[in-house]
Write a protein that binds this ligand. Structure first.
Ligand SMILES: [Zn+2]
Length: 95
């Protein structure tokens, strides 16, 4: 039974991977430098959106828990920063 189901499984996985790869590189493995650059730009674009989202969520999460949004330590009262980062931001605003 396993000997029969294994080849079917492999074919499914292979086809799935082929579809996944085919989306990103329509010309195959022999990519020109121009294509390479494109793929990196696409990769960066997708990740930048996710990274920005992650940072925003982290900020809101820490704010709600009363932790410094910069480092995650306990905040000073009525602030989103810890003692250290509150001092830093005050110094920064003084100029
Ligand atoms: Zn901090």
């Amino acid at each position: 039974m396993e000997a029969i189901s294994f080849p079917q499984n492999t074919r499914q996985v292979t086809r799935h991977m082929a579809e996944k790869r085919g989306r990103g590189r329509p010309r195959g493995f022999g990519t020109a430098p121009g294509d390479f650059k494109d793929r990196f730009q696409k990769f960066y674009y997708e990740h930048r959106a996710r990274l920005n989202d992650g940072r925003r969520i982290l900020y809101e999460e820490r704010k709600a828990k009363g932790l410094c949004v910069r480092c995650g330590k306990k905040t000073v009262q009525k602030s989103v920063f810890c003692r250290h980062h509150l001092d830093l931001s005050r110094q920064y605003n003084r100029n």
